[in-house]
Design a protein around this ligand. Structure first.
Ligand SMILES: [Ca+2]
Length: 151
């Protein structure tokens, strides 16, 4: 089969565009990214602390440098806000923010709420940096048979 010159050029351009996209897409990855939101805790939503803590969001530092999360904001679509305490998120590491009460550790933080925050039928989680409250990343979901979304 003979390919004409135009077809070869078009294929070459498409391949070049694809190659060009890769580093750009990588550069666009947020410094702190949602990897998972487990919005529907196991069992019925009766509001017990263990049930509240079955609801959580996971954020990852995608950079090669530590990021201080103090005063960063995690919020839902309704405007419920969690303000991070002084907490260093190390390069490549993740932190889980659970909705209920508990004692913070080096990998798990507790929002301290008395009721659920992430709507089971759809919501948007957002994370904002402290300096200027710029939105760094969001993760959205709709009604689903699953209890979590990977972002
Ligand atoms: Ca929920």
């Amino acid at each position: 089969m003979r390919l004409n010159r135009r077809a070869i050029l078009a294929a070459g351009t498409a391949a070049a565009a694809l190659l060009a996209l890769t580093p750009a897409a990588r550069a666009a990855a947020p410094a702190v990214q949602f990897t998972k939101v487990h919005y529907d805790s196991p069992g019925s939503d009766r509001g017990g602390n263990a049930s509240l803590n079955g609801e959580y969001a996971v954020l990852k530092n995608t950079t090669r440098a530590p990021i201080q999360l103090e005063k960063w904001i995690l919020r839902d679509k309704n405007g419920f806000k969690y303000r991070f305490p002084r907490f260093t998120l190390r390069p490549g590491r993740s932190v889980t923010v659970r909705s209920g009460k508990g004692t913070d550790t080096s990998t798990v933080l507790y929002w301290g709420r008395g009721w659920y925050v992430w709507n089971n039928t759809g919501d948007t989680a957002g994370v904002y940096r402290a300096a200027d409250l710029k939105k760094i990343d969001t993760c959205s979901w709709g009604r689903s048979s699953r209890a979590y979304v990977t972002c």
